[in-house]
Design a protein around this ligand. Structure first.
Ligand SMILES: *Cc1c(COP(=O)(O)O)cnc(C)c1O
Length: 369
């Protein structure tokens, strides 16, 4: 069975406009304080896939509930993948996304791992463009706000036998997002999970799939109980090497300016992480992707060689880390301010995303034209 049904032509989308789109006043009230992931725009994209027919029926529809058979395999065997990216409004009103081809490629990699069909990069980017064009007024324009876009793919076939589904749905929804740090960027503490791992060798750690999040929720709750914002996972085999947080990648900054981010087959390779590596190298920093043990962090914290730590991902861009807390030790200083390099990389990346500086790497794709 081949999961990639080649489509000879790019998909063409049919638009069914919403008949109960929110009135301007209601939309403006939401955009004034959108929070994160709470409110959704008036439309959504839906594309169907069947084993026999490949991708077809590309639609922009009024936002609303999906109708799923209770036997739909996603509900039982979690055959699901997703993406997350943002649309940014520039000062001239135009709307841009950041490296959407990288999200398309990652969705294709996730699809392979979850035995789901691959959607072409062209159709993926077009699905974003379709939704953002019809819901352009939902892209806020206040500082550090954006429209968060959530493409996802689920197995919709009604069948309880265990095999990859022969009927699949791809959807895109979007949600206005406020500034992640409403009161200025402030460092967080993270909790070291030693009882639970996120992913193991040969597992799904490198795929963006709900199952990895499901496995991170209990340790995340334990982190909250310890007063931490996020949980840090170690490798499942030896329990020695840093992997990542529940939904963010990690960087350590050394005194000599070297940036180190964990190398592993079971982490999700973030597009924010990759972009930060490029920006740091542009500035002449040595950037290393290699195994980093918890002992290396302990030694670097004790000697003062590790001077900054930060986490990164699309939602918060860069989050400075003050302390790593564990059952029997703590690294870093409570209440430490955000690191200088951490903040300047954050500034540069957001300046590119919001069109405040030149896009020298060609990372932006205009979505509203
Ligand atoms: C999405 C995600 C990230 C961050 O990826 P970005 O492309 O930078 O948003 C990191 N870790 C996990 C587990 C993720 O799901």
């Amino acid at each position: 069975m081949t999961l990639t049904t080649p489509t000879a032509f790019p998909l063409s989308f049919a638009l069914t406009p919403s008949t109960d789109a929110r009135a301007e006043a209601e939309r403006e009230a939401i955009l004034a304080d959108p929070g994160f992931g709470k409110h959704f725009t008036d439309h959504m994209v839906s594309i169907e896939w069947t084993l026999d027919g490949g991708w077809h029926d590309a639609n922009v529809l009024p936002y609303g509930p999906l109708s799923l058979d209770p036997a739909a395999s996603v509900l039982h065997y979690a055959q699901e993948i997703f993406e997350g990216l943002k649309a940014y409004r520039h000062a001239d009103g135009s709307i841009h996304s950041f490296r959407p081809e990288a999200n398309a490629a990652r969705l294709q990699r996730s699809a392979r791992r979850l035995a789901l069909p691959e959607l072409s990069t062209e159709d993926f980017v077009e699905s974003l463009r379709q939704l953002v064009s019809v819901d352009a007024q939902w892209v806020p324009d206040a500082a550090e706000t954006s429209l968060y876009i959530r493409p996802f793919m689920i197995a919709t076939e009604s069948f309880l036998g265990v095999r990859s589904a022969q009927k699949v749905g791809y959807y895109v929804i979007a949600s206005p997002a406020g500034a992640y740090f409403a009161n200025g960027v402030s460092p967080v503490n993270i909790w070291l999970s030693t009882d639970y791992n996120r992913a193991g060798r040969g597992g799904m750690g490198a795929a963006k799939t709900g199952g990895n999040y499901a496995s991170s929720l209990l340790p995340q709750e334990l982190a909250y109980e310890k007063g931490c914002a996020q949980v840090l996972f170690l490798d499942a085999q030896e329990g020695k090497y840093l992997e990542e947080l529940g939904g963010m990648n990690l960087f350590l900054v050394y005194r000599d300016g070297t940036l180190v981010t964990p190398e592993s087959d079971s982490i999700l390779a973030g597009i924010t992480r990759d972009s930060i590596m490029t920006l740091a190298r542009d500035r002449g920093h040595d950037v290393q992707i290699r195994k980093v043990s918890i002992d290396e962090w302990k030694a670097g914290a004790a000697s003062g060689d590790i001077v900054e730590v930060f986490a990164c991902g699309t939602a918060a861009v860069i989050t400075p880390v003050a302390q790593l807390l564990a059952d029997d030790f703590a690294l870093g200083d409570a209440g430490a301010p955000a690191g200088e390099l951490t903040m300047s990389l954050r500034q540069e990346l957001t300046d590119i995303q919001y069109g405040r500086v030149a896009d020298r790497h060609g990372w932006l794709t205009r979505l509203d034209a």
